[in-house]
Design a protein around this ligand. Structure first.
Ligand code: NDP
Ligand code: PYC
Length: 338
């Protein structure tokens, strides 16, 4: 069994902040990153919780990230916000661009936020949840590094390319899904490797194209898309929409930019925000009721909504005032302070 350490929420946040600050990250970036990894840990999304501090510090130490980057907002069209993250991490750019995205979505009905030149390591649900909290539906996507083979192929082309969607609901818990278009996130394979555990069949093939359950061999080979050709097509869409469409890198190009450093990917992210009232011709109340009927039809037969596990974890973590992480991760984080 994995040995674990329980940390109060305050101690976990302080540990993240101190590790990032010690690596030289500016206070604004430290705050934005710590909030995000804490959100992941509180929701028990272990692959994008405190574990991510390790890869962020690694990217900083390898001199890739501009630790003091000040994102520049470009208000380029009535429905478009563009942000140049200036080769810093993405969360601060998102934080700065969010108010203008929301304002434009409310006046235009639909608005897009394109974040360019950002090092990206995070889950997307915290971002689309912010849109839902403002009464907007949200869609977000981003490429990564070319780790994933297209359906029918054996060589990596795509990133793990997550897509996240949110729909506002009464109360604090919107309808949200957020998943990699690969069978698993890369971070999940890394966690299996750290824990010395095999990965499930169907996640990856080795360098010779044979199915593997060995995490190391999977990382040296290729990950697989979810749902065969369907996940493959969605992954290609993410490459195009959050790559060339917004003038930024595909996962293959991000890998070239990385130049063998092996740090978290650098590319763009696309977020879309939709105002349910404007798009329904002022019938937001009726639309919300019909959406609730849809959710009832799902839950009513015993199926669960995406994010239900996450929200239950959030309630548990907040009630306990603490989070639990593997001792090995805690040791690695503490070592970053030395
Ligand atoms: P998961 O497969 O763990 O979960 C995918 C989604 O499906 C979640 O919303 C989850 O909700 C939901 N879900 C899971 N099981 C069920 C079920 N039985 N019924 C209904 N819904 C269900 O996600 P991934 O491993 O694909 O991705 C994990 C994270 O990694 C994501 O947050 C993603 O953004 C991030 N990521 C980031 C990348 C980047 O480049 N920045 C790249 C790839 C991934 P719940 O959480 O409640 O279980
Ligand atoms: O888990 O696939 C992943 C991932 C890539 C970049 C950030 N997370």
């Amino acid at each position: 069994m994995t040995e674990t350490v329980r940390l109060s929420l305050a101690d976990a946040r302080t540990l993240s902040l101190q590790a990032l600050a010690r690596a030289g990250l500016s206070p604004e970036h430290c705050e934005a990153l710590a909030d995000l990894v804490m959100a992941g840990q509180i929701d028990e999304c272990h692959s994008h919780g405190l574990y991510r501090v390790l890869s962020c510090v690694d990217a900083i130490r390898k001199g890739k990230v501009d630790t003091k980057a000040v994102p520049e907002i470009l208000d380029s069209a009535p429905g478009i916000v563009r942000i140049d993250a200036k080769f810093g991490f993405s969360p601060l750019a998102f934080r700065l661009g969010l108010p203008l995205l929301q304002e434009k979505a409310r006046t235009q009905g639909v608005a897009a936020l394109a974040i360019n030149n950002c090092f990206h390591f995070s889950a997307l649900w915290p971002e689309v949840e912010r849109l839902a909290a403002a009464g907007l539906a949200g869609l977000a996507m981003t490429p990564s590094h070319s780790w994933v083979a297209p359906a029918g192929g054996t060589k990596p082309v795509f990133g793990t390319n997550p897509i996240a969607f949110s729909w506002p609901r009464p109360g604090p818990f919107p309808f949200v899904f957020d998943f990699a278009t690969s069978a698993s996130a890369r971070g999940e394979i890394e966690l299996h490797r750290r824990a010395g555990k095999p990965i499930p069949e169907g996640w990856a093939i080795d360098a010779e194209g044979a199915s593997t359950t060995d995490a190391e061999a999977a990382m040296a080979g290729a990950m697989l898309t979810f749902g065969g050709h369907k996940g493959s097509a969605l992954s290609a869409m993410v490459e195009l929409m959050a790559g060339p469409l917004i003038g930024d890198l595909t996962s293959r190009e991000s890998q070239v930019f990385d130049a063998g450093a092996g740090v978290t990917p650098c590319h763009g992210e696309l977020l879309l925000a939709f105002d349910p009232n404007l798009l329904s011709g002022g019938r937001a109340i009726e639309s919300a009721e019909r959406a609730e009927a849809l959710f009832d039809a799902i839950i009513g037969q015993g199926a669960r909504l995406p994010s239900q596990r996450r929200y239950a974890a959030r309630e548990r973590s907040l009630a306990n005032g603490s989070v639990e992480i593997p001792k090995a991760l805690h040791d690695d984080l503490v070592a970053l302070l030395g």
